[in-house]
Design a protein around this ligand. Structure first.
Ligand code: ATP
Ligand code: MG
Length: 195
């Protein structure tokens, strides 16, 4: 599961756990993005903070791990590079790429869509405000063989986003219960999002 994770929150964790359960996954690897090519926002927290917050958040689930492949790679983070390197590391395993339904639409503009869908099954989680029909319509352009490699999954509606958490911190509003306590403590201790 890739993301900016700035910061990671319960929306991400619930999605990962539901995907793990529904698709019988052995392990979920959280991969904080290096420089996300699609993110216009300039002031993304340093990768060391995003990595640390992600590690703190997944600590209590033995099926969850964190990988720094994208962070260690220089240049923009493209899904295809990550999928190739995870494919090598987990040779012989079935790889699933967990994303929000919003992000799955973006993959159509990413590099090497066909190779991506060949190398892994996409799990698109619906989140609040997202229209499943529009996902279906957009994916209708894809070849049948490819579109069958994209699974959708309902997750309990969690109207949590990193954007909202950052804004709340900036405004001095509470973020308790939106993300794991250890992550919350970390971001306050390091003075993140105090714009
Ligand atoms: P930002 O607001 O900065 O864009 P975000 O909350 O969307 O942050 P990302 O790191 O961009 O978090 O998301 C990583 C992945 O998790 C994306 O595929 C996104 O769709 C998914 N995701 C984020 N929030 C939720 C949520 N509340 N429920 C389900 N999926 C989510
Ligand atoms: Mg997002």
């Amino acid at each position: 599961m890739g993301g900016t994770f700035d910061p990671i929150h319960y929306g991400h964790l619930v999605t990962a756990e539901e995907a793990r359960f529904q698709f019988n996954m052995e392990q979920v690897v959280f991969i904080p993005a290096g420089i996300p090519p699609h993110k216009a926002r300039k002031n993304i927290s340093h990768s060391s903070h995003r990595l640390a917050m992600t590690r703190l958040a997944v600590g209590s689930n033995h099926h969850f791990t964190v990988s720094d492949v994208e962070i260690k790679r220089s240049g923009p983070s493209y899904a295809i590079d990550t999928v190739r390197s995870i494919g090598k590391e987990y040779e012989g395993w079935e790889i699933y790429f967990i994303t929000g339904a919003d992000a799955v639409l973006e993959i159509l503009t990413w590099k090497k869509v066909e190779e991506l869908l060949q190398k892994c099954v996409f799990v698109a989680a619906t989140r609040p405000g997202f229209q499943l029909e529009s996902l279906g319509r957009k994916l209708a352009h894809l070849d049948r063989a490819y579109s069958s490699r994209i699974k959708t999954m309902e997750v309990p509606a969690l109207a949590i986003s990193s954007t909202d958490i950052r804004r709340r911190v900036g405004e001095g509003r509470p973020i308790k219960y939106l993300l794991p306590e250890a992550t919350e403590e970390y971001l306050y201790r390091h003075g993140l999002y105090k714009f």
